[in-house]
Design a protein around this ligand. Structure first.
Ligand code: FRU
Length: 427
């Protein structure tokens, strides 16, 4: 095939390149302290992982009659941790102080919920109404588990809070908002490597324009015979992107696909749970990704990665020159995952869940080979300590941590940084 006949992959979009990723290193600016199990998990009966907070339209964590609310993927804590994705159920938790959390319960009644299980999303609070964006994984009532992914929305929910707690009630109305188009966003049938991704919707209102968007995790189609990655087929299978859809009217229930904000073709397969923080016209785009989803010959980490641009559709450049903001220590490389950042005064706070810890092997796949009681013993299944990050321009530095699952509101002042100058102590 001549060069002209080769199917092209767009090269005019902002990209996370192999050159950027070749510079990824753990160092004293990005390694987080070792996590020890908390005295009590969020809920002893549940494994809890991907978590997101109820947010107001402007993106800040919502407070409903003095209480804040988080949603999380959950499964019975009796299950092997690796099985949890197959039965994920969204539950909510609430707190008066942002430190101790009570379980509210399942958000949806099983009837009418889309997917055979529900994966991560985001939650918008608008005048007492709750819009819950989520990933419908698989199909309802499927005889065998499938990995199809659609972006879904549940509307009709209301939230009520008083001194006794918080209740979120339906009835919910579920609909599919978005499916991949096969041009900008890879469909399942086009996938050439690991499972495709089309998930993790994140509601975002652009402060510059007031326009309404959804960000999501996706893949860019790379047809066979493409010249991407110098024609290297093994690398082409790693084609993550950050997708975006626009609501032309601002209606939070109507979105149209737009081209991706960022591509990671030849670099990484999964740019998970994309979200934005905007500071004075500077846009910070964050994703989580795994060691095992980097393309061949790139040494990456389970880490929070970030990119900076001067507008929503700007020319995103990786923070710190390579993109990594924070990662786990070398002797517990999978101890936390699925990070979400939000602005707090002049620093960034980053939540995540406590994943596999005290576990020093090169591959996450090895976890499944451990005896069952070892898998259980080494899984956190609860919120991790919130990480404090200094962010200036295009550079970041881990400053220290707050408690497990501590989620302060913007007006709350934080203790003087307990780990200042001492972040490397436990590496
Ligand atoms: C990240 C993630 C999400 C997905 C969920 C499924 O931890 O892979 O992208 O929604 O886990 O459990």
């Amino acid at each position: 095939m001549t060069d002209e006949e080769r199917p092209a992959v767009p090269t005019d979009r902002p990209a996370w390149t192999r050159d950027h990723a070749a510079r990824l290193r753990r160092d004293e600016t990005n390694v987080t302290p070792i996590i020890y199990p908390p005295e009590a998990n969020l809920d002893e009966d549940l494994h809890v992982w991907d978590t997101w907070w109820l947010r107001d339209r402007d993106g800040s964590p919502a407070e409903v009659n003095g209480r804040r609310v988080v949603f999380a993927l959950t499964a019975s804590s009796k299950l092997l941790p690796g099985k949890r994705h197959d039965v994920a159920t969204i539950r909510y938790f609430h707190s008066a102080d942002g430190e101790s959390w009570e379980t509210g319960g399942r958000v949806f009644e099983p009837e009418g919920t889309l997917g055979s299980r529900q994966w991560a999303g985001s939650a918008l609070h608008d005048d007492g109404d709750v819009y819950l964006y989520y990933t419908a994984a698989g199909l309802s009532d499927e005889p065998e588990l499938t990995y199809s992914q659609r972006i879904a929305l549940a509307t009709g929910g209301t939230i009520d809070a008083d001194d006794g707690g918080v209740s979120i009630e339906g009835p919910w109305d579920h609909s599919v908002l978005l499916e991949p188009d096969g041009e900008w966003y890879e469909r399942e049938a086009q996938s050439r490597g690991m499972t495709y991704t089309f998930r993790d919707p994140w509601f975002f209102e652009d402060p510059a324009s007031g326009e309404t968007y959804l960000l999501f995790e996706a893949n860019t189609p790379v047809p066979e015979g493409s010249d991407a990655c110098d024609g290297d087929a093994a690398r082409q299978a790693f084609n993550g992107s950050v997708g975006i859809a626009h609501s032309p009217t601002g209606d939070p229930t109507e979105f149209e696909l737009r081209p991706p904000l960022l591509d990671a073709v030849c670099v990484n397969q999964e740019l998970e749970r994309p979200h934005l923080v905007v500071r004075d016209g500077t846009y910070y785009l964050f994703v989580s990704s795994h060691h095992h989803t980097f393309a061949p010959d790139i040494e990456g980490y389970d880490a929070l990665y970030g990119f900076v641009a001067d507008g929503l559709r700007g020319d995103y450049e990786p923070l710190n020159g390579h993109g990594m903001i924070l990662t786990n220590p070398a002797n517990a490389p999978f101890q936390a995952y699925s990070w979400l950042a939000y602005d707090h005064g002049d620093e960034l706070l980053v939540t995540s869940f406590f994943n596999y810890f005290d576990y020093d092997r090169p591959s996450m796949d090895d976890v499944a080979l451990l005896p069952e009681d070892e898998q259980m013993r080494r899984f956190g299944g609860t919120l991790a300590p919130t990480v404090r990050v200094a962010l200036e321009g295009s550079e970041t530095r881990v400053r220290g941590t707050l408690g497990h699952g501590h989620l302060p509101l913007a007006r709350e002042s934080l203790p003087a940084d307990p780990f200042e100058g001492d972040v490397g102590a436990e590496r």
